[in-house]
Design a protein around this ligand. Structure first.
Ligand code: CDP
Length: 224
């Protein structure tokens, strides 16, 4: 495999991006960067510091002064201004707020800059919404993961239940539909597959099957 391979994984909520990207990263021994965690950390900070999420300028000023660290260890802890927020950024409240702040150009400019810095560390697999189009347009392999809305909502609902959160399936489905619409319809870096992305529909497929498909695709990029 090429030494500095860059793999971009994009797609809507609940398509399985992070689970698959983590598994591929482990198998290939490369970095995994969860760009959604960065947007989530900014949304959480806005909520906690009472910055109204519709105040673009205030959110923009805050983002310039915020330090986000994504640990590369197995635990993949997320820190915001020195405080661990790994669990807190997954709450339904953050999920509801995040797409609003992710549409602000000032937030995207700052986070894309951090994401590109992460990618310079070496071989990497990065997941998000605009990795193949904006963050790493030169990525060696671009995958756009999708699944039926029902399956995506069901997967996310199970994840939330397993982490001890009480939410109804219908609520998860409605929140997700709204977020996907916001992400796809925004003016800056909307959620769209890159022209050269491979579209993988994961409906009915196991994680293992998709991971194997992606690993097989990376083998094309021979060393040198
Ligand atoms: O895990 P899930 O797919 O639900 O979401 P995520 O990857 O944690 O991303 C949360 C939100 O951050 C998305 O709904 C987008 O609004 C935003 N995001 C983005 O705009 N661009 C990215 N590269 C990653 C996330």
């Amino acid at each position: 495999m090429k030494k500095q391979i860059k793999v971009a994984i994009d797609g809507p909520a609940g398509a399985g991006k992070s689970t698959i990207a983590k598994a591929v990263a482990k198998r290939l021994g490369i970095f995994y960067v969860d760009t959604g965690a960065m947007y989530r950390a900014i949304a959480l900070k806005s909520l906690r510091s009472n910055i109204p999420i519709d105040q673009e300028e205030e959110v923009g000023q805050m983002v310039q002064k915020t330090e986000i660290i994504l640990e590369h260890s197995e635990a993949r802890r997320v820190f915001c201004d020195g405080e661990e927020v790994t669990e807190a950024i997954r709450s339904p409240e953050v999920s509801r707020a995040v797409s609003k702040i992710a549409a602000y150009p000032v937030v995207r400019d700052r986070l894309v800059q951090l994401q590109r810095q992460e990618a310079e560390r070496g071989a990497v697999i990065m997941d998000g919404r605009d990795i193949g189009t904006i963050v790493l347009p030169e990525a060696d392999l671009k995958i756009f993961l999708t699944a039926s809305p029902e399956e995506r909502a069901h997967r996310r609902w199970l994840e939330l239940c397993n982490s001890g959160r009480e939410v109804s399936l219908i609520e998860v489905q409605q929140d997700m539909e709204k977020r996907d619409r916001q992400d796809s319809e925004r003016e800056v870096s909307p959620l769209v597959p890159a022209n050269d992305a491979l579209i993988l529909d994961t409906t009915g497929l196991s994680i293992q099957e998709i991971v194997e498909q992606i690993i097989a695709l990376t083998l094309v990029f021979k060393e040198g």
